[in-house]
Design a protein around this ligand. Structure first.
Ligand code: ZN
Length: 292
């Protein structure tokens, strides 16, 4: 099966006073919804998170470097994890994939479902130790939290618009996002104008559902009458890099005693893509032998 694709645009505004990332993630969010059988609220959470991490991945430079967002919250939705790498591969999972709340409208309010919690960003580049930054969730709607994260942890004024539109049949009608950051030399009036434009722009996914592309949205709303350019457009896609060899390495970490206690075939499942890897009794015995 071809992995579901989207695209990530990188650009600059007003002679590089601002940097711009924008992406279209509809097919990727639909795929994540399908493989994890996500209910509406976890679908919206994961759609916003995967879009957020895709936007953040636009800044990755070193090959194979990756960036993750992890939400841990005390509400019924609990949170989730998403990971993107420099090569545009995205994956993630929700902590409570089949959550349905008694009040119908609560099934569409991510912040309410999450409650209080933390928003953690982990950056991993090559062999260097991972870098981690964490903030308290601001409103749990993800876009605001992401902007707050950049502001608080990296001192980068950031404006974000994330959208996931889902219909009654749990079909993802549209998903995408825009992220703009003011660089140190940015003009203050221009910053205010862009911030105002972002505020007055309807939700990205609603506009996409009306047939507008991300570039149309930038042209007509966010960056109307401003000089800007896209420098690069690259594909992004859902991809899980799990393998039987990786699971075998994980099993080895259990140690000899634990492995010897396994009396029958086992089928560990990958959290990220739901693929199961079966290890027969003989294969487990071979793993035990390899430990000797
Ligand atoms: Zn996997």
């Amino acid at each position: 099966m071809m992995s579901p694709k989207g695209s990530l645009l990188r650009g600059s505004i007003a002679d590089a006073q601002f940097r711009l990332f924008a992406c279209e993630t509809t097919a990727i969010v639909q795929h994540i919804r399908d493989i994890h059988d996500l209910y509406p609220l976890p679908s919206i959470l994961m759609g916003r998170l995967i879009t957020a991490v895709a936007l953040m991945s636009g800044e990755l430079k070193a090959p194979h470097s990756e960036i993750s967002i992890r939400i841990d919250a005390d509400g019924p939705l609990k949170g989730g994890i998403v990971i993107a790498n420099k090569e545009g591969m995205l994956k993630g999972y929700a902590f409570v994939p089949q959550l349905w709340l008694p009040e119908n409208q609560d099934n569409f309010q991510v912040g309410k479902g999450l409650g209080k919690g933390t928003f953690t960003v982990i950056r991993q580049s090559g062999l260097k130790a991972p870098y981690q930054g964490r903030i308290e969730l601001l409103d749990g709607e993800i876009g605001t939290d992401l902007a707050q994260y950049y502001h608080q942890s990296e001192q980068l004024p950031t404006a974000v618009n994330l959208g996931v539109l889902i219909d009654q049949g749990a079909r993802i009608r549209a998903a995408g996002g825009i992220l703009i950051q003011a660089l140190p030399q940015a003009d203050t009036d221009l910053s205010l104008q862009i911030e105002e434009n972002m505020k007055n722009t309807p939700n990205v996914s609603d506009l996409m559902d009306m047939g507008l592309t991300i570039e149309d949205i930038l042209n007509r709303f966010v960056l109307k009458n401003l000089s800007w350019q896209i420098s690069k457009s690259t594909p992004i896609r859902f991809h899980c890099d799990c393998s039987k060899a990786r699971f075998a390495r994980g099993l080895l970490l259990l140690g000899k005693d634990e492995l010897q206690g396994l009396r029958e075939d086992i089928s560990p499942v990958c959290h990220y893509c739901n693929k199961a890897y079966t290890f027969t009794k003989e294969e487990i015995e071979n793993l035990i032998k390899s430990l000797d």
